[in-house]
Design a protein around this ligand. Structure first.
Ligand code: DGL
Length: 268
C-alpha cells in the first residue's frame, strides 16, 4: 500500500480527460496534476523543447513525492518517455501510447482501416505505427497530424461550427480516401471533440487512449503494491497559467469532490 499521490501531466488540460476514468476505476487514488497551460501546445514544438519542458514537470512532480508518473500526453510519451524513465529509474513512468496501441492490436484485425490522429510531433515520431505494426504487421494504419485542434480546445472552442469546420478540414479526405473505420484519438485533448467526430462521421469506431491508460495504471499499482487505501491526501491541480477553461473543466469533472487548484510558475 502507498498513499502518496500519482503524478499526472500534460501540456495543458488534455490530461484531465483521463480523470473521469481514473475516478471510476481507482477511486482511492489521489492526484497531483500539472498542466503546462502557459506553454501549450507542445505538439508543434521542436523535440528538444518538448523534452526540456517535460523533464522540468517530471522534476516538479517528483519533488512533490509522487509514487508514479503518468504521462497523460501523447506528444510527451512519443518524444520524452525514455528520457523521463532514465532520469527516475526508481519511479514507474507510464506513457499513454503503449496502452492505446495494445487496445488497437486487441480490437482490430486486417479488415480494419485504422486512422491515428494526433499532434505533429506524435505523428512524426511514428511511435503509434511502430508499436502497432511491430505487434501485427497485417494491420492497416494511417496517420494524420491535426495541429489546430489543441489550440482551439484550450480556448474552449468545442461544440460549434469553427471546430466542426476544422475537423472536416483535417479528416474529410483522410477518412474517405483511406476508408478509415476506426479512429484513435492520439492526443488527450481530442476526447473533448469526440462527440463532434461521432456526429460528423456516424458509424466510425473510436479508440480513446485516455481510457485505455487506466488499466495499465491499475496493473502497475497492483504489481508493485502501490495502491492507496483510505488516503488523507487531497488531489491538487497545478497549471502554469490558470486559464478559465482549465479551472472550469476541473470544476466540471470534480463537481462533488473538493480539489485544490493552484498556479505554478516553471522557471527556465
Ligand atoms: N494532450 C497532448 C497530447 O496528447 C497535446 C499536445 C500539445 O500540446 O500539442 O498530445
Amino acid at each position: 500500500m502507498d498513499n502518496r499521490p500519482i503524478g499526472f501531466f500534460d501540456s495543458g488540460l488534455g490530461g484531465l480527460t483521463c480523470m473521469p476514468y481514473l475516478m471510476r476505476e481507482l477511486p482511492e487514488e489521489k492526484i497531483i496534476y500539472f498542466g503546462d497551460t502557459a506553454r501549450t501546445p507542445y505538439g508543434s514544438k521542436a523535440t528538444d523543447t518538448i523534452r526540456k519542458f517535460s523533464i522540468q514537470i517530471a522534476d516538479f512532480l517528483v519533488e512533490n513525492d509522487v509514487k508514479m508518473i503518468v504521462i497523460a500526453c501523447n506528444t510527451v510519451s512519443a518524444v520524452a518517455l525514455f528520457d523521463i524513465r532514465e532520469r527516475f529509474p526508481n519511479i514507474p513512468v507510464i506513457g499513454i501510447i503503449k496502452p492505446a496501441a495494445e487496445k488497437v492490436i486487441q480490437a482490430c484485425s486486417a479488415e480494419n482501416r485504422i486512422g491515428i490522429i494526433g499532434t505533429k510531433a506524435t505523428i512524426l515520431s511514428g511511435v503509434y505505427d511502430q508499436l502497432i505494426k511491430g505487434q501485427n504487421s497485417e494491420l492497416n494504419v494511417f496517420s494524420m497530424a491535426c495541429p489546430a485542434f489543441v489550440p482551439l480546445i484550450e480556448e474552449g472552442i468545442l461544440n460549434n461550427e469553427i471546430m466542426d469546420l476544422t475537423i472536416k478540414h483535417y479528416l474529410n479526405d483522410f477518412l474517405l480516401e483511406n476508408r478509415i473505420d476506426t479512429v484513435v484519438l492520439g492526443c488527450t485533448h481530442y476526447p473533448l471533440i469526440r462527440e463532434n467526430i461521432e456526429r460528423l462521421y456516424p458509424g466510425i469506431k473510436i479508440i480513446d487512449p485516455s481510457q485505455e491508460i487506466i488499466s495499465t495504471i491499475k496493473d502497475v499499482l497492483a504489481e508493485r503494491d502501490l495502491g492507496a487505501k483510505d488516503s488523507t491526501f487531497g488531489s491538487t491541480f497545478y497549471a502554469s497559467d490558470l486559464s478559465e477553461n482549465f479551472t472550469n473543466m476541473i470544476d466540471r469533472i470534480f463537481e462533488n469532490t473538493e480539489v485544490s487548484i493552484q498556479f505554478k510558475n516553471l522557471e527556465f
